[in-house]
Design a protein around this ligand. Structure first.
Ligand SMILES: [Zn+2]
Length: 287
């Protein structure tokens, strides 16, 4: 009888197939880094990767973000063939970029394209922090500048999600130059009276926070996103003062006028649709 019991259990034991393993690359369960609650990866994804217990927003890849933001089947990617050079012959740089390309199946740390959101056409850009920490090298800057130019030509609003560790040190001054280049492209877009909505997600720091991601006509952020230029320790050492606990969070920046709104991920798409609707100029004719 005991033997039968064991046999029965064995009969029902299942091993995930190769296919199933691919569906859940992070494992079946995930632990929330904020409250420690364990959730099924599938459930977490259904909840837009927000912890049901404490509302912590897990980071999202660019493809995931596009999937939950843009109308289904309505995204057409730009510039998939742009590849990073290695201008400084920086040790291991090319190898690391190659590894990240394989890991993410992306050509760089930003995905740009056009699509519709709630039926409204828009140019959309999404940074991906899995690719060299979302750092901005010349390709990231170029893709964002080109997306802004296309938005200006087509008169489509530009919606950009940032997640970045800042400028990419392996490309030296060419990375820093992207701050000016993207800002100039956005200025041209602005002169064409095209709307720019910037959404800052965790983390948006360094040269990215100091250029395009702070230049939105409307600047939104996700709850508790870390947003800042230099790190806390560097600033504390420079100003010789203790900084407040919530310094460099989205909520702190909202309170001090650097953001227009902090939007829960569950309401982001609806918020964008409302903004696009307000700016669609329906029933108006300015020309
Ligand atoms: Zn949590």
């Amino acid at each position: 009888m005991l033997k039968d019991l064991f046999r029965k259990q064995k009969k029902y034991a299942t091993i995930p197939s190769e296919h199933a393993k691919k569906d859940i690359p992070e494992g079946i369960m995930q632990k929330c880094p904020r409250c420690g609650a364990i959730s099924y990866t599938k459930e977490l994804e259904k909840n837009l990767k927000v912890c049901k217990n404490c509302q912590h927003h897990f980071s999202m890849s660019a493809p995931e973000r596009i999937k939950v933001t843009v109308d289904e089947g309505r995204f057409f990617e730009f510039d998939v063939d742009l590849l990073s050079e290695d201008p400084l012959s920086f040790p291991n740089y090319q190898q690391k970029v190659k590894q990240d390309m394989e890991k993410t199946q992306l050509n760089e740390a930003v995905v740009t394209g056009e699509g519709t959101i709630g039926g409204y056409p828009a140019v959309v850009g999404v940074m991906d922090s899995r690719f060299r920490m979302g750092s901005m090298g010349s390709v990231v800057g170029e893709k964002i500048a080109r997306a802004a130019m296309r938005a200006a030509t087509k008169k489509y609003p530009f919606i950009l999600f940032s997640a970045s560790g800042g400028a990419r040190m392996q490309e030296g001054v060419l990375s820093l130059m992207q701050m000016a280049k993207t800002s100039a492209a956005l200025e041209r877009m602005h002169r064409e009276r095209v709307l720019f909505v910037s959404i800052l997600t965790n983390p948006t720091t360094g040269g990215v926070s100091a250029s395009f991601s702070s230049l939105g006509d409307i600047n939104l952020a996700e709850p508790e996103a870390l947003i800042g230029f230099a790190g806390r320790r560097v600033i504390e050492q420079t100003v010789r003062q203790k900084l407040p606990e919530d310094f460099q969070t989205a909520e702190f920046l909202l309170k001090h006028g650097q953001l227009d709104e902090v939007v829960h991920r569950g309401e982001m798409r609806e918020t964008l649709i409302r903004i696009l609707d307000l700016h669609s100029g329906k029933g108006e004719n300015h020309e």
